[in-house]
Design a protein around this ligand. Sequence first.
Ligand SMILES: [Zn+2]
Length: 486
Amino acid sequence: MSEFSRREFAKLMAGAGVATHFRQPAEPTAWTIGIQVGAVSFVDEGVDPVLDLFQRDADINALFIATFSYGRGIAGRQVPGQPLPDHGKQEYDAEFHGGNFARTREKYYAHTSLKKIEAPDHPGFDVLDSVLPQAQSRRMKVFCWYEDVFRRDLEGIDYLQEVTLSGKKASTLCFHNPEVQAFWQALTEDYVRSYAIDGVMWGSERQGPFGNAIGAMHGGTRADPLEVTCFCDFCQREGKSRGIDVQRAVEGYRKLASLVHDSRAVNRPTDGYFVSYWRLLLEYPEILAWEKLWNDGQQATYANIYQLAKSVRRDIAVGWHIWHNNSFSPFYRAAQDYAEFRKYSDFLKVVMYNNCGGPRLASYVNSVSRTILADLSPEEVLGLTFKMQNYKETSLDELPRSGLSADYVERETRRSVAGVSGAVKIWSGIDIDIPTGRDEKKTEPWDVREAVLAALRGDADGVILSRKYSEMRLANLRAAGEALRR
Ligand SMILES: [Zn+2]
Protein backbone atom coordinates (compact mmCIF):
# COMPACT_ATOMS: atom_id res chain seq x y z
CA MET A 1 0.00 0.00 0.00
CA SER A 2 1.28 3.46 -0.75
CA GLU A 3 1.81 5.86 2.13
CA PHE A 4 -1.30 7.76 1.18
CA SER A 5 -3.66 4.83 0.81
CA ARG A 6 -2.34 3.33 4.03
CA ARG A 7 -3.29 6.50 5.87
CA GLU A 8 -6.67 6.66 4.21
CA PHE A 9 -7.25 3.07 5.24
CA ALA A 10 -6.33 3.91 8.82
CA LYS A 11 -8.82 6.75 8.70
CA LEU A 12 -11.60 4.49 7.52
CA MET A 13 -10.82 2.07 10.30
CA ALA A 14 -10.64 4.73 12.98
CA GLY A 15 -13.26 5.15 15.70
CA ALA A 16 -16.92 5.06 14.74
CA GLY A 17 -18.76 8.31 14.97
CA VAL A 18 -15.64 10.35 14.48
CA ALA A 19 -14.95 12.36 11.36
CA THR A 20 -17.76 10.86 9.29
CA HIS A 21 -17.39 13.81 6.98
CA PHE A 22 -14.05 12.43 5.85
CA ARG A 23 -15.01 8.79 5.56
CA GLN A 24 -14.84 8.95 1.79
CA PRO A 25 -11.23 8.61 0.71
CA ALA A 26 -9.99 11.92 -0.63
CA GLU A 27 -8.15 12.31 -3.89
CA PRO A 28 -4.40 12.47 -3.28
CA THR A 29 -4.47 15.88 -4.94
CA ALA A 30 -7.23 17.13 -2.67
CA TRP A 31 -4.82 18.89 -0.35
CA THR A 32 -6.41 21.65 1.66
CA ILE A 33 -4.70 24.94 0.93
CA GLY A 34 -6.33 27.32 3.33
CA ILE A 35 -5.82 30.96 4.17
CA GLN A 36 -7.02 33.00 7.13
CA VAL A 37 -8.67 36.24 6.10
CA GLY A 38 -10.69 38.90 7.88
CA ALA A 39 -13.73 40.88 6.77
CA VAL A 40 -11.53 43.96 6.51
CA SER A 41 -9.72 42.58 3.45
CA PHE A 42 -12.95 41.96 1.54
CA VAL A 43 -14.14 45.46 2.44
CA ASP A 44 -10.83 47.07 1.46
CA GLU A 45 -10.05 45.13 -1.71
CA GLY A 46 -13.40 43.66 -2.85
CA VAL A 47 -14.55 40.04 -2.67
CA ASP A 48 -13.80 38.97 -6.24
CA PRO A 49 -10.36 40.59 -6.51
CA VAL A 50 -9.28 38.92 -3.25
CA LEU A 51 -10.56 35.50 -4.30
CA ASP A 52 -8.99 35.93 -7.77
CA LEU A 53 -5.66 36.63 -6.16
CA PHE A 54 -5.93 33.69 -3.77
CA GLN A 55 -6.60 31.27 -6.61
CA ARG A 56 -4.07 32.72 -9.02
CA ASP A 57 -1.17 33.19 -6.62
CA ALA A 58 -1.48 30.38 -4.10
CA ASP A 59 -4.06 27.84 -5.36
CA ILE A 60 -6.13 28.52 -2.25
CA ASN A 61 -9.13 26.19 -1.99
CA ALA A 62 -10.34 26.92 1.55
CA LEU A 63 -11.12 30.22 3.29
CA PHE A 64 -10.87 30.52 7.06
CA ILE A 65 -12.82 33.71 7.53
CA ALA A 66 -12.31 35.45 10.87
CA THR A 67 -16.01 35.65 11.71
CA PHE A 68 -15.67 36.34 15.41
CA SER A 69 -12.97 37.85 17.56
CA TYR A 70 -12.28 40.91 19.65
CA GLY A 71 -8.59 40.62 18.78
CA ARG A 72 -7.05 42.42 15.85
CA GLY A 73 -4.59 39.55 15.49
CA ILE A 74 -6.92 37.67 13.16
CA ALA A 75 -9.75 40.16 12.60
CA GLY A 76 -8.00 43.52 12.26
CA ARG A 77 -6.09 45.01 9.37
CA GLN A 78 -2.62 45.79 10.67
CA VAL A 79 -0.89 46.10 13.98
CA PRO A 80 0.24 49.72 14.44
CA GLY A 81 4.00 50.07 14.21
CA GLN A 82 4.41 47.19 11.74
CA PRO A 83 5.29 47.78 8.08
CA LEU A 84 2.22 48.07 5.86
CA PRO A 85 1.85 45.31 3.26
CA ASP A 86 1.87 45.81 -0.52
CA HIS A 87 -1.91 45.55 -0.99
CA GLY A 88 -5.10 46.79 0.61
CA LYS A 89 -5.72 50.06 2.37
CA GLN A 90 -2.49 51.72 3.42
CA GLU A 91 -3.47 52.55 6.98
CA TYR A 92 -3.74 50.96 10.41
CA ASP A 93 -7.08 50.21 11.98
CA ALA A 94 -6.65 52.37 15.04
CA GLU A 95 -10.39 52.14 15.62
CA PHE A 96 -10.61 48.34 15.62
CA HIS A 97 -13.43 47.02 17.83
CA GLY A 98 -14.20 43.43 16.73
CA GLY A 99 -17.05 41.03 17.47
CA ASN A 100 -19.22 38.98 15.14
CA PHE A 101 -18.57 39.93 11.51
CA ALA A 102 -21.73 38.09 10.39
CA ARG A 103 -25.28 38.96 11.37
CA THR A 104 -26.30 37.93 14.91
CA ARG A 105 -29.69 36.25 15.33
CA GLU A 106 -30.76 36.84 18.93
CA LYS A 107 -33.05 33.78 19.09
CA TYR A 108 -30.00 31.56 19.55
CA TYR A 109 -28.72 33.55 22.53
CA ALA A 110 -31.54 32.92 25.03
CA HIS A 111 -29.24 31.29 27.61
CA THR A 112 -26.43 33.82 27.73
CA SER A 113 -26.22 37.45 28.84
CA LEU A 114 -23.62 38.08 26.15
CA LYS A 115 -25.57 38.63 22.95
CA LYS A 116 -24.83 42.13 21.72
CA ILE A 117 -21.80 41.01 19.76
CA GLU A 118 -22.15 42.40 16.25
CA ALA A 119 -18.89 43.99 15.19
CA PRO A 120 -19.46 47.70 14.44
CA ASP A 121 -16.34 47.87 12.27
CA HIS A 122 -18.04 47.43 8.86
CA PRO A 123 -21.71 48.49 9.26
CA GLY A 124 -24.14 46.52 7.12
CA PHE A 125 -21.46 44.10 5.88
CA ASP A 126 -22.11 40.42 6.68
CA VAL A 127 -18.86 38.76 5.65
CA LEU A 128 -20.45 35.33 5.16
CA ASP A 129 -23.35 36.62 3.07
CA SER A 130 -20.89 38.60 1.00
CA VAL A 131 -18.25 35.93 0.39
CA LEU A 132 -20.10 32.59 0.34
CA PRO A 133 -21.74 32.82 -3.11
CA GLN A 134 -18.52 33.80 -4.88
CA ALA A 135 -16.48 31.24 -2.95
CA GLN A 136 -18.92 28.47 -3.75
CA SER A 137 -19.02 29.28 -7.44
CA ARG A 138 -15.23 28.89 -7.39
CA ARG A 139 -15.46 25.63 -5.41
CA MET A 140 -13.58 27.15 -2.50
CA LYS A 141 -14.58 25.86 0.93
CA VAL A 142 -15.61 28.33 3.61
CA PHE A 143 -14.90 27.88 7.31
CA CYS A 144 -16.00 30.14 10.13
CA TRP A 145 -12.86 30.88 12.14
CA TYR A 146 -13.67 32.19 15.61
CA GLU A 147 -11.63 32.59 18.72
CA ASP A 148 -11.72 33.00 22.46
CA VAL A 149 -10.68 36.68 22.69
CA PHE A 150 -12.89 39.28 24.34
CA ARG A 151 -12.91 42.86 25.54
CA ARG A 152 -14.16 44.13 28.87
CA ASP A 153 -16.66 46.75 27.72
CA LEU A 154 -19.38 44.46 26.34
CA GLU A 155 -22.93 44.47 27.66
CA GLY A 156 -23.57 41.41 29.87
CA ILE A 157 -20.01 40.08 29.74
CA ASP A 158 -19.34 40.49 33.47
CA TYR A 159 -21.57 37.46 34.20
CA LEU A 160 -19.29 35.30 32.08
CA GLN A 161 -15.86 36.44 33.16
CA GLU A 162 -13.29 34.39 35.02
CA VAL A 163 -12.19 35.37 38.54
CA THR A 164 -8.50 35.56 39.35
CA LEU A 165 -6.68 34.15 42.37
CA SER A 166 -6.63 37.64 43.92
CA GLY A 167 -10.41 37.93 43.41
CA LYS A 168 -10.56 40.27 40.40
CA LYS A 169 -12.69 39.84 37.29
CA ALA A 170 -10.53 38.76 34.35
CA SER A 171 -11.02 39.72 30.70
CA THR A 172 -11.30 36.00 29.85
CA LEU A 173 -14.45 33.84 30.08
CA CYS A 174 -14.89 30.81 32.36
CA PHE A 175 -15.50 27.44 30.65
CA HIS A 176 -17.29 26.11 33.75
CA ASN A 177 -19.86 28.91 33.58
CA PRO A 178 -23.00 27.59 31.82
CA GLU A 179 -23.55 30.97 30.15
CA VAL A 180 -20.15 30.71 28.50
CA GLN A 181 -20.97 27.27 27.12
CA ALA A 182 -24.34 28.67 25.99
CA PHE A 183 -22.56 31.55 24.26
CA TRP A 184 -20.27 29.32 22.18
CA GLN A 185 -23.20 27.05 21.37
CA ALA A 186 -25.29 30.02 20.26
CA LEU A 187 -22.61 31.41 17.99
CA THR A 188 -21.92 27.98 16.50
CA GLU A 189 -25.58 27.23 15.93
CA ASP A 190 -26.12 30.61 14.31
CA TYR A 191 -23.26 29.96 11.86
CA VAL A 192 -24.17 26.36 11.04
CA ARG A 193 -27.92 26.96 10.64
CA SER A 194 -27.80 30.32 8.90
CA TYR A 195 -25.05 29.80 6.33
CA ALA A 196 -24.08 27.07 3.84
CA ILE A 197 -20.57 26.87 5.28
CA ASP A 198 -18.30 23.83 4.99
CA GLY A 199 -16.96 23.91 8.52
CA VAL A 200 -16.06 25.72 11.70
CA MET A 201 -12.69 26.23 13.39
CA TRP A 202 -12.54 27.51 16.94
CA GLY A 203 -9.39 28.54 18.76
CA SER A 204 -8.58 29.18 22.40
CA GLU A 205 -5.04 30.39 22.97
CA ARG A 206 -5.19 29.94 26.70
CA GLN A 207 -3.93 27.59 29.37
CA GLY A 208 -4.67 26.74 32.99
CA PRO A 209 -3.50 28.49 36.17
CA PHE A 210 -0.36 26.40 36.72
CA GLY A 211 1.10 27.06 33.25
CA ASN A 212 0.25 30.74 33.60
CA ALA A 213 1.64 31.04 37.14
CA ILE A 214 5.06 29.72 36.12
CA GLY A 215 5.02 31.89 32.98
CA ALA A 216 5.25 28.88 30.65
CA MET A 217 4.46 30.66 27.40
CA HIS A 218 5.90 33.32 25.12
CA GLY A 219 5.45 36.69 26.77
CA GLY A 220 5.35 34.77 30.08
CA THR A 221 7.60 37.17 31.98
CA ARG A 222 4.65 39.57 32.04
CA ALA A 223 2.32 36.99 33.64
CA ASP A 224 1.30 37.81 37.23
CA PRO A 225 0.93 34.59 39.25
CA LEU A 226 -1.64 36.29 41.51
CA GLU A 227 -3.94 36.92 38.53
CA VAL A 228 -4.23 33.33 37.29
CA THR A 229 -7.72 31.90 36.69
CA CYS A 230 -10.23 30.62 37.46
CA PHE A 231 -11.58 30.70 41.00
CA CYS A 232 -15.17 31.79 40.29
CA ASP A 233 -18.20 30.26 42.03
CA PHE A 234 -18.77 27.82 39.17
CA CYS A 235 -15.19 26.58 39.35
CA GLN A 236 -15.38 26.29 43.14
CA ARG A 237 -18.56 24.24 42.80
CA GLU A 238 -16.90 22.07 40.16
CA GLY A 239 -13.87 21.66 42.43
CA LYS A 240 -16.02 20.55 45.36
CA SER A 241 -17.89 18.06 43.20
CA ARG A 242 -14.51 16.55 42.33
CA GLY A 243 -13.61 16.31 46.00
CA ILE A 244 -10.95 19.02 45.77
CA ASP A 245 -10.41 21.11 48.91
CA VAL A 246 -10.95 24.57 47.43
CA GLN A 247 -9.22 26.43 50.27
CA ARG A 248 -6.16 24.22 49.86
CA ALA A 249 -6.15 24.93 46.12
CA VAL A 250 -6.23 28.69 46.76
CA GLU A 251 -3.52 28.38 49.42
CA GLY A 252 -1.37 26.26 47.09
CA TYR A 253 -1.63 28.82 44.30
CA ARG A 254 -0.75 31.65 46.74
CA LYS A 255 2.39 29.76 47.76
CA LEU A 256 3.17 29.11 44.12
CA ALA A 257 2.85 32.86 43.45
CA SER A 258 5.34 33.61 46.24
CA LEU A 259 7.76 31.06 44.88
CA VAL A 260 7.50 32.61 41.41
CA HIS A 261 8.11 36.07 42.87
CA ASP A 262 11.17 34.79 44.76
CA SER A 263 12.48 33.00 41.67
CA ARG A 264 12.17 36.10 39.53
CA ALA A 265 13.99 38.05 42.24
CA VAL A 266 16.80 35.44 42.06
CA ASN A 267 16.16 34.54 45.66
CA ARG A 268 17.30 30.92 45.41
CA PRO A 269 15.72 28.48 47.91
CA THR A 270 18.20 26.34 49.89
CA ASP A 271 17.29 23.20 47.95
CA GLY A 272 17.18 24.95 44.60
CA TYR A 273 14.34 26.05 42.36
CA PHE A 274 13.12 22.85 40.74
CA VAL A 275 13.08 20.88 44.00
CA SER A 276 11.10 23.67 45.66
CA TYR A 277 8.47 23.72 42.91
CA TRP A 278 8.17 19.94 42.96
CA ARG A 279 7.93 19.92 46.76
CA LEU A 280 5.07 22.42 46.58
CA LEU A 281 3.25 20.18 44.08
CA LEU A 282 3.68 17.26 46.49
CA GLU A 283 2.41 19.32 49.42
CA TYR A 284 -0.47 20.75 47.43
CA PRO A 285 -1.70 18.22 44.86
CA GLU A 286 -4.70 20.59 44.61
CA ILE A 287 -2.53 22.79 42.36
CA LEU A 288 -2.48 20.24 39.56
CA ALA A 289 -6.05 19.16 40.33
CA TRP A 290 -7.11 22.78 39.65
CA GLU A 291 -5.03 22.85 36.48
CA LYS A 292 -6.86 19.72 35.30
CA LEU A 293 -10.19 21.25 36.22
CA TRP A 294 -9.40 24.22 33.97
CA ASN A 295 -8.20 21.99 31.11
CA ASP A 296 -11.31 19.85 31.35
CA GLY A 297 -13.45 22.96 30.91
CA GLN A 298 -11.64 23.86 27.71
CA GLN A 299 -11.93 20.30 26.39
CA ALA A 300 -15.64 20.21 27.24
CA THR A 301 -16.01 23.34 25.11
CA TYR A 302 -14.43 21.54 22.15
CA ALA A 303 -16.75 18.56 22.66
CA ASN A 304 -19.85 20.76 23.05
CA ILE A 305 -19.14 22.77 19.90
CA TYR A 306 -18.48 19.54 17.99
CA GLN A 307 -21.68 17.86 19.15
CA LEU A 308 -23.81 20.91 18.52
CA ALA A 309 -22.48 21.47 14.99
CA LYS A 310 -22.92 17.79 14.13
CA SER A 311 -26.45 17.74 15.54
CA VAL A 312 -27.39 20.46 13.05
CA ARG A 313 -25.49 19.05 10.06
CA ARG A 314 -23.64 15.74 10.07
CA ASP A 315 -21.45 16.74 7.14
CA ILE A 316 -20.06 19.92 8.68
CA ALA A 317 -16.31 19.76 9.35
CA VAL A 318 -15.36 20.75 12.89
CA GLY A 319 -11.83 21.39 14.09
CA TRP A 320 -9.49 23.48 16.20
CA HIS A 321 -6.65 25.93 16.04
CA ILE A 322 -3.96 24.61 18.41
CA TRP A 323 -1.96 27.37 20.10
CA HIS A 324 1.72 27.90 19.33
CA ASN A 325 2.64 27.31 22.98
CA ASN A 326 2.31 23.62 22.13
CA SER A 327 5.67 23.94 20.38
CA PHE A 328 7.44 25.57 23.32
CA SER A 329 6.08 24.45 26.68
CA PRO A 330 6.15 20.72 27.53
CA PHE A 331 3.72 21.57 30.36
CA TYR A 332 1.21 22.83 27.80
CA ARG A 333 1.95 20.07 25.30
CA ALA A 334 1.13 17.49 27.97
CA ALA A 335 -2.41 18.89 28.05
CA GLN A 336 -2.79 18.68 24.24
CA ASP A 337 -3.31 14.96 23.77
CA TYR A 338 -3.94 14.39 20.06
CA ALA A 339 -5.38 10.93 20.75
CA GLU A 340 -7.98 12.59 22.97
CA PHE A 341 -8.81 15.14 20.25
CA ARG A 342 -9.97 12.27 18.01
CA LYS A 343 -13.18 12.11 20.05
CA TYR A 344 -14.34 15.52 18.90
CA SER A 345 -12.38 16.66 15.85
CA ASP A 346 -12.45 16.31 12.10
CA PHE A 347 -9.28 18.35 11.68
CA LEU A 348 -6.60 20.11 13.68
CA LYS A 349 -4.81 23.22 12.55
CA VAL A 350 -1.64 22.82 14.52
CA VAL A 351 0.26 26.10 14.72
CA MET A 352 3.80 25.58 13.39
CA TYR A 353 4.69 29.20 12.70
CA ASN A 354 8.42 28.87 12.11
CA ASN A 355 9.27 32.52 11.42
CA CYS A 356 7.78 34.14 14.51
CA GLY A 357 8.53 30.83 16.28
CA GLY A 358 12.13 31.97 16.78
CA PRO A 359 11.44 35.05 18.88
CA ARG A 360 8.53 33.33 20.59
CA LEU A 361 10.60 30.31 21.64
CA ALA A 362 13.31 32.64 22.96
CA SER A 363 10.65 34.51 24.92
CA TYR A 364 9.32 31.26 26.45
CA VAL A 365 12.84 30.18 27.42
CA ASN A 366 13.63 33.52 29.02
CA SER A 367 10.46 33.27 31.07
CA VAL A 368 10.70 29.72 32.50
CA SER A 369 14.42 30.08 33.11
CA ARG A 370 13.40 32.59 35.78
CA THR A 371 10.80 30.34 37.43
CA ILE A 372 10.53 26.55 37.58
CA LEU A 373 13.69 25.96 35.53
CA ALA A 374 15.78 28.71 37.15
CA ASP A 375 18.47 26.23 38.20
CA LEU A 376 19.48 26.21 34.54
CA SER A 377 20.83 29.00 32.37
CA PRO A 378 18.52 30.17 29.55
CA GLU A 379 20.81 28.46 27.02
CA GLU A 380 20.51 25.20 29.00
CA VAL A 381 16.72 25.58 29.16
CA LEU A 382 16.72 25.94 25.38
CA GLY A 383 18.73 22.70 25.02
CA LEU A 384 16.34 20.93 27.38
CA THR A 385 13.37 22.23 25.39
CA PHE A 386 14.84 20.93 22.12
CA LYS A 387 15.30 17.49 23.70
CA MET A 388 11.85 17.38 25.28
CA GLN A 389 9.98 18.78 22.28
CA ASN A 390 12.04 16.88 19.73
CA TYR A 391 13.46 19.48 17.45
CA LYS A 392 16.87 21.05 17.16
CA GLU A 393 17.50 24.63 16.16
CA THR A 394 20.04 27.36 16.68
CA SER A 395 21.43 29.13 19.78
CA LEU A 396 19.42 31.46 21.99
CA ASP A 397 21.32 34.47 20.66
CA GLU A 398 20.48 33.62 17.07
CA LEU A 399 16.92 32.40 17.57
CA PRO A 400 15.02 35.73 17.49
CA ARG A 401 16.74 36.77 14.25
CA SER A 402 16.80 33.39 12.51
CA GLY A 403 13.37 32.00 13.33
CA LEU A 404 12.81 28.24 13.38
CA SER A 405 13.63 26.02 10.41
CA ALA A 406 11.48 24.07 8.00
CA ASP A 407 12.78 20.96 9.76
CA TYR A 408 10.76 22.04 12.81
CA VAL A 409 7.62 22.25 10.63
CA GLU A 410 8.25 18.76 9.28
CA ARG A 411 8.81 17.28 12.75
CA GLU A 412 5.73 18.91 14.21
CA THR A 413 3.64 17.78 11.24
CA ARG A 414 4.84 14.18 11.63
CA ARG A 415 4.18 14.21 15.36
CA SER A 416 0.64 15.51 14.82
CA VAL A 417 -0.14 12.97 12.09
CA ALA A 418 1.15 10.13 14.29
CA GLY A 419 -0.75 11.49 17.30
CA VAL A 420 -4.18 11.28 15.69
CA SER A 421 -3.43 7.88 14.09
CA GLY A 422 -4.96 8.94 10.79
CA ALA A 423 -8.40 9.61 12.28
CA VAL A 424 -8.23 13.41 12.04
CA LYS A 425 -6.95 15.66 9.26
CA ILE A 426 -3.80 17.59 10.09
CA TRP A 427 -3.48 21.02 8.53
CA SER A 428 -0.14 22.62 9.34
CA GLY A 429 -0.43 26.28 10.31
CA ILE A 430 2.24 28.24 8.38
CA ASP A 431 3.03 31.86 9.27
CA ILE A 432 3.39 34.62 6.73
CA ASP A 433 4.42 38.05 8.01
CA ILE A 434 3.11 37.65 11.54
CA PRO A 435 4.57 40.70 13.28
CA THR A 436 7.81 40.32 15.22
CA GLY A 437 9.91 42.88 17.05
CA ARG A 438 12.59 45.16 15.69
CA ASP A 439 15.59 43.16 14.40
CA GLU A 440 13.62 39.94 14.72
CA LYS A 441 12.91 37.39 12.00
CA LYS A 442 10.76 38.61 9.09
CA THR A 443 9.18 36.18 6.62
CA GLU A 444 10.84 35.79 3.21
CA PRO A 445 9.50 33.86 0.20
CA TRP A 446 12.11 31.14 0.71
CA ASP A 447 10.82 30.54 4.27
CA VAL A 448 7.26 30.05 3.08
CA ARG A 449 8.27 27.74 0.23
CA GLU A 450 10.38 25.56 2.52
CA ALA A 451 7.73 25.43 5.27
CA VAL A 452 4.99 24.34 2.85
CA LEU A 453 7.26 21.66 1.36
CA ALA A 454 8.12 20.49 4.89
CA ALA A 455 4.42 20.09 5.71
CA LEU A 456 4.03 18.02 2.54
CA ARG A 457 7.00 15.84 3.49
CA GLY A 458 5.57 15.45 6.98
CA ASP A 459 2.39 13.99 5.46
CA ALA A 460 0.01 16.82 6.37
CA ASP A 461 -3.44 16.86 4.80
CA GLY A 462 -3.02 20.53 4.03
CA VAL A 463 -1.72 23.88 5.18
CA ILE A 464 -3.40 26.99 6.54
CA LEU A 465 -1.58 30.21 5.71
CA SER A 466 -1.77 32.39 8.79
CA ARG A 467 -2.59 34.51 10.49
CA LYS A 468 -4.33 36.90 8.14
CA TYR A 469 -4.15 37.97 4.51
CA SER A 470 -4.20 41.70 5.30
CA GLU A 471 -0.67 41.57 6.77
CA MET A 472 0.89 39.20 4.19
CA ARG A 473 3.23 40.46 1.50
CA LEU A 474 2.25 39.12 -1.91
CA ALA A 475 5.67 37.67 -2.77
CA ASN A 476 5.40 35.54 0.37
CA LEU A 477 1.89 34.40 -0.51
CA ARG A 478 3.00 33.53 -4.04
CA ALA A 479 5.82 31.41 -2.59
CA ALA A 480 3.19 29.08 -1.09
CA GLY A 481 1.76 28.59 -4.58
CA GLU A 482 5.20 27.97 -6.04
CA ALA A 483 5.91 25.26 -3.46
CA LEU A 484 2.63 23.51 -4.20
CA ARG A 485 3.23 23.52 -7.94
CA ARG A 486 6.56 21.75 -7.56
ZN1 LIG B 1 -14.57 29.81 36.71
